[in-house]
Design a binder for this molecule. Structure first.
Ligand SMILES: Nc1ncnc2c1ncn2[C@@H]1O[C@H](COP(=O)(O)OP(=O)(O)O)[C@@H](O)[C@H]1O
Ligand SMILES: [Mg+2]
Length: 232
């Protein structure tokens, strides 16, 4: 059987600027390219062409080591598949980014965050001992610990019951309000999307701004945090 050598174009050329302190929802059907775009915006992946700036830093010119430094300094990421480390307890997973960044009080902050997501009695449990929804909450606590300037979250409420989902949504928007954290959220959750100031829709790799959704008017700082002029 012959396998054709074929390059998939996951994203069509696009421009996206996210302003400091803004909240942006990326919506769209499964397989449309949302996770791919989020990974590029966060500096986890590089586009095959184009430019990506995060906090004015040209990620497309950086190597993996330099990008990981930018991420450690500025970015919190909640993965769709959580990506917890199986050999570490819930608390150790949450503390890890703070320890890598040499932040003080990693343990106290980790315990407080796990308590905020309702897992105060699960600190010493390993991921395999936790349900999907509990693992997701550990991943959320881990993304918060380094007080990121920008939180990227891929379906953060995807595995949670509606009450827990609402609680996590409140936590995420508290961070936005209190710390001025920029939010870039991929979501199928209409309620979560509606709380964002802007929504963009991905459809087969084509990104369009949803102007039909009423954007709340809020003051933005003019500093651009993330810019993708050309992804092809
Ligand atoms: N590593 C990969 N190799 C090949 N195809 C991929 C890879 N990752 C994602 N895809 C494909 O790219 C498309 C977009 O994927 P993704 O960004 O995960 O979409 P979404 O998050 O919107 O569901 C899908 O068709 C998916 O199968
Ligand atoms: Mg996805």
């Amino acid at each position: 059987m012959q396998v054709e050598d074929k390059t998939l174009e996951l994203l069509q050329p696009l421009n996206l600027t996210v302003t400091a302190g803004e909240s942006l929802a990326i919506v769209g059907s499964s397989g449309s390219g949302k996770t791919t775009l989020l990974s590029i915006l966060a500096g986890l992946d590089l586009p095959s062409s184009g430019q990506v700036y995060l906090k004015n830093q040209p990620l497309h010119q950086f190597n993996e080591e330099q990008r990981s430094q930018v991420r450690a300094q500025h970015v919190g990421f909640i993965f769709q598949q959580f990506l917890l480390i199986n050999s570490l307890t819930a608390l150790e997973n949450v503390m890890l980014p703070a320890e890598l960044a040499n932040l003080p009080d990693a343990q106290a902050r980790g315990e407080a965050l796990l308590s905020q997501v309702g897992l105060a009695d699960r600190l010493d449990h390993y991921p395999s001992q936790l349900s999907g929804g509990e693992q997701q909450r550990v991943a959320i606590a881990r993304a918060f610990i380094s007080k990121p300037d920008i939180l990227f979250a891929d379906e953060p409420t995807g595995n949670l019951d509606s009450k827990t989902g609402q609680h996590i949504t409140d936590l995420i928007f508290d961070l936005n309000a209190k710390e001025g954290t920029t939010l870039v959220l991929v979501t199928h959750d209409a309620k979560l999307a509606a709380r964002c100031q802007r929504q963009v829709e991905m459809d087969s790799g084509v990104l369009t701004e949803r102007l039909d959704v009423a954007a709340q008017t809020t003051q933005h700082s003019p500093e651009a945090e993330t810019l993708v002029p050309q992804v092809g």
